[in-house]
Design a protein around this ligand. Structure first.
Ligand SMILES: [Fe+2]
Ligand SMILES: [Fe+2]
Length: 216
C-alpha cells in the first residue's frame, strides 16, 4: 500500500470513528428524552441536523486534503473516491438532506413563510440537487477511471472542488441564517413531533439501504 493510499485509509477510518461518535451523541439525546418523558423537553428538531453538519464539515476537510494530494501526485485514489461517494450519498444526502427535505422543509412548506425564508429554502434545495448530481458525476468518473482505465482525474478533481466549494457556505447558511429563525413557525408540540420523525427517519434508514441492496 503506498503512502497516499495508507493516509487516505487512515483518514477515512478517522471519519468513520467521528461518525460513530456523532451517532452515540445522537442516541444519548434520545435516551435523555426518554428520561425526561414526563417533563417539558425542549430539544429542537434542528439539533440532530446541526450535529450532522459537524461531521460533514470534517469530511469536507478530508476531501480538501485529498485534493492537495491529487495535485501533488497527479493520480487519484479510487478507494478514497468510493468512500467519498458513499459518505455524500448515504450520510450527507439520504440521511441528512433526507431529514431536511422530508421533515423540516416539508413542514415549513405548509406554513406562511416570509419571502426571505421561502427564497433561502428554495436555494438550499437547489444546492442539495447540485450536491446529488455532482456525487453522481464523481461516481461515474471514478468508474471510468477504474474500469476503462481512462484518465478522468480532471473530472474527479472538478467534482471534489464543487463539493468543497459549496458545502461549507450551505451549512453556515442553514446554521446561522435559517434553522433558528424558522423555529418560530412551529409550536413546541410541532417541534417535538418533528424531532420524533427525525429519530424514526434514521432508524428506518439502515433497513431501507440494505433492502435496496437486495432488490438491485
Ligand atoms: Fe441542507
Ligand atoms: Fe444541512
Amino acid at each position: 500500500m503506498d503512502n497516499v493510499r495508507e493516509d487516505s485509509v487512515k483518514m477515512l477510518n478517522h471519519a468513520l470513528e467521528l461518525e460513530h461518535a456523532a451517532r452515540i451523541q445522537y442516541l444519548a439525546h434520545a435516551e435523555q428524552k426518554k428520561l425526561q418523558n414526563n417533563k417539558h423537553f425542549s430539544m429542537m428538531p434542528i439539533a440532530p441536523l446541526m450535529i450532522e453538519h459537524r461531521l460533514i464539515e470534517k469530511m469536507i476537510k478530508l476531501v480538501e486534503d485529498e485534493l492537495y494530494k491529487i495535485n501533488q501526485a497527479n493520480k487519484v485514489d479510487p478507494i478514497f473516491i468510493e468512500k467519498t461517494v458513499d459518505f455524500f450519498r448515504t450520510y450527507a444526502d439520504r440521511c441528512h438532506h433526507g431529514k431536511e427535505e422530508n421533515i423540516l422543509f416539508g413542514e415549513l412548506a405548509k406554513k406562511k413563510l416570509s419571502s426571505e425564508h421561502k427564497k433561502i429554502m428554495r436555494e438550499l434545495i437547489n444546492e442539495h440537487i447540485l450536491g446529488r448530481t455532482t456525487v453522481d458525476r464523481l461516481a461515474n468518473a471514478k468508474e471510468r477511471y477504474v474500469d476503462v482505465d481512462y484518465d478522468t482525474t480532471k473530472e474527479i478533481v472538478e467534482c471534489l472542488k464543487i463539493l468543497v466549494g459549496f458545502y461549507p457556505s450551505h451549512i453556515a447558511r442553514e446554521d446561522k441564517q435559517f434553522f433558528f429563525p424558522c423555529m418560530k413557525y412551529f409550536s413546541q408540540e410541532e417541534r417535538d413531533i418533528m424531532l420524533d420523525q427525525c429519530w424514526e427517519f434514521d432508524r428506518s434508514m439502515i433497513h431501507e439501504k440494505y433492502q435496496k441492496t437486495i432488490e438491485q
